[in-house]
Design a protein. Structure first.
Length: 339
């Protein structure tokens, strides 16, 4: 951390700040310039708040140099993390993995048809919510465990892996036998108790970016899971809330290269929730792959106009198949492949 003192800071003030930094466990190196003094604080500690120093008398500005996280950062691992799934699918490797399916599991017929359609087009993972975090308590809340069982059956019938959302700690145990990836929804990115529990299990976790979360906050949330010993964490950019109202959210594609620079963990893009509009999903999926996304999470429904949730952003199966063909052209241009 670098502490720049005000031009007119007194020697006493500089000494006070130096003492404060030393009490925090830092070694302090002072540089006295012609106009101002600068204190460089060096140490292993990362759990500090720069504002604690900014409020001391005589301080002009404090710059943090080290990241506030350890395990998710590139300094922890020199190579990219590759999350391995049961059927040999790897997220974070050369192949861009496509996870597709309906927003919610609605019926046996709907999920079996979905699995068949997305598998045929090249998806490797079947998505489908069984526990749904709906904005209104009067909306369809999901089929629960029964939906999860159907999701597993449908996926197995077509050689697919399964991703589904976990909303609370009590759901982890019952979900374990049926899923391959736990999805943490945008609304739960800062449910630290849930994240801690997911750190104790040994199954991949796809953690979505919160609706108003900074990239650093997203990295710190993943640190909760990793610090419990579960290193198979996958980020997911699913759009953030901005002043723009045309789309449901604003898909922050720049988060993809930024996360890749800061972290060794893979990142998924979810242009379905990112745009909220079916016809905007394909272009944003293409852009995400071009920007380096390791996976895509896409809502596809056999009959979107009658979907019980997120119909407007769910692609028709034919649209999805066409998108997959487009992605097969884009992926090789950025050194990737697609199923
Ligand atoms: C979902 O994937 O259906 C979902 C609810 O996503 P999010 O948490 O991004 O809103
Ligand atoms: Mn949805």
């Amino acid at each position: 951390m670098i502490v720049a003192m005000l031009e007119h800071a007194s020697e006493d003030q500089i000494q006070d700040v130096t003492d404060h930094l030393m009490r925090m466990g830092f070694a302090v190196h002072r540089t006295t310039g012609a106009r101002q003094s600068v204190l460089a604080a060096v140490g292993k500690r990362i759990d500090f708040d720069t504002r604690d120093l900014e409020v001391l008398s005589g301080v002009e500005k404090v710059h943090r140099i080290s990241a506030p996280y350890k395990l998710v950062g590139r300094q922890f691992r020199g190579h990219d993390t590759v999350v391995k799934l049961g059927n040999g699918t790897e997220i974070g490797g050369k192949e861009v993995v496509v996870m597709a399916g309906p927003c919610s599991v609605e019926s046996r017929e709907q999920i079996f048809l979905s699995a068949e359609q997305v598998a045929k087009a090249g998806a490797k993972v079947l998505r489908g919510g069984a526990f749904k975090p709906r904005s209104s308590p009067y909306s369809f809340q999901g089929m629960g465990l029964d939906g999860l069982k159907l999701l597993r059956e449908a996926a197995d019938a077509h050689g697919l892996m399964v991703i589904s959302e976990v909303m609370e700690i009590s759901q982890i145990e019952p979900m374990l036998p049926y899923i391959d990836i736990f999805q943490v929804g945008a609304r739960n990115m800062q449910n630290f108790n849930l994240l801690r529990e997911l750190g104790k299990i040994r199954k991949p976790v796809l953690m979505k970016r919160g609706i108003a979360a900074t990239i650093e906050e997203m990295l710190l949330s993943a640190e909760y899971i990793m610090s419990g010993g579960n290193y198979d964490v996958i980020f997911c950019e699913r759009g953030i809330r901005t002043f723009e109202t045309y789309t449901r959210n604003t898909l922050d594609i720049s988060a993809i290269p930024i996360v890749h620079k800061l972290s060794h963990l893979p990142i998924t893009s979810d242009p379905s929730h990112g745009t909220g509009l079916r016809d905007k999903v394909a272009p944003m999926a293409c852009a995400s792959v071009a920007a380096g996304a390791d996976a895509l999470l896409l809502e596809v429904h056999p009959d979107p106009d009658h979907a019980l949730s997120d119909g407007a952003q769910s692609m028709f199966p034919q649209q999805f198949a066409e998108l997959m063909n487009q992605l097969r052209m884009i992926a090789p241009a950025v050194g990737r492949s697609i199923g």
